[in-house]
Design a protein around this ligand. Structure first.
Ligand SMILES: *Cc1c(COP(=O)(O)O)cnc(C)c1O
Length: 228
């Protein structure tokens, strides 16, 4: 096995063990490979190792990789902060956008998604543990935003995304409860099936709390170098 195959297998085993511990089916947890700062060739290797879903944080960097890897079958997820004036590329080039936290962003993404494309999958980002400097809507806003966003024509609202403070594992349980509450809303969104939470350091805790998509960078690709 080469390095990509090995690290991917290690993470898949970790996911499987985390699932076994809480009697979940490993097939209910998706592995999103977070590839920010890593060159396109590393993604190509990881694709060769069997990985299909990749998450990127920085728009310009992501667009270059999407271009460089257009011969591959890849599902592209944008997991970074969404700037209001950058929604057009997100709407056209990505399959998923995780960091939607305001109605205006969802409206713009819906309006800019091409009619020829399938609807854009989005997650509503929630500031689940009240961090000051964090993106994400407030938990109290979720119900209303869900109702509003569900009505947009070119969007498929799939669930919630959270990034709690490191070691705040209790926040995962809070997120799970909020995710379930939406299921009991009067107008429940049709495809409400995704709870995007858990990173390299806390994927077990996230899976124990009900995560359906873990976003893994370091454990797959090694440490990131932001200097280049
Ligand atoms: C970078 C990043 C990750 C991956 O973090 P690792 O600790 O390297 O696994 C996951 N989610 C988001 C939103 C990120 O920005």
């Amino acid at each position: 096995m080469n390095q990509s195959q090995q690290s991917r297998q290690t993470v898949l085993n970790q996911i499987e063990h985390a699932c076994q511990r809480v009697q979940r089916d490993p097939a209910t947890v998706q592995l999103l490979a977070v590839s920010k700062t890593h060159p396109a060739e590393r993604l190509r290797d990881m694709h060769e190792a069997g990985q299909r879903c990749f998450g990127e944080n920085y728009l310009q960097e992501a667009l270059e990789k999407i271009e460089a890897l257009q011969d591959l079958e890849i599902e592209w997820h944008f997991i970074g902060h969404v700037q209001r004036n950058k929604t057009k590329h997100l709407a056209e080039k990505f399959d998923w956008v995780h960091g939607v936290d305001r109605l205006i962003i969802a409206e713009r993404l819906s309006g800019q998604r091409l009619a020829s494309q399938v609807p854009l999958n989005i997650c509503l980002q929630v500031n689940i543990d009240g961090q000051d400097s964090k993106d994400g809507c407030q938990p109290e806003q979720v119900a209303e935003l869900v109702q509003q966003i569900s009505q947009l024509p070119h969007i498929r609202l799939r669930g919630l995304m959270v990034i709690p403070a490191p070691d705040n594992h209790a926040a995962f349980t809070t997120a799970q409860a909020l995710f379930d509450q939406v299921k009991s809303l009067h107008t429940q969104p049709q495809d409400w099936d995704t709870l995007s939470m858990g990173m390299s350091a806390d994927l077990e805790a996230a899976i124990a709390a009900g995560s359906t998509m873990v976003r893994i960078g370091t454990a797959l690709f090694g440490a990131r170098d932001y200097t280049t």
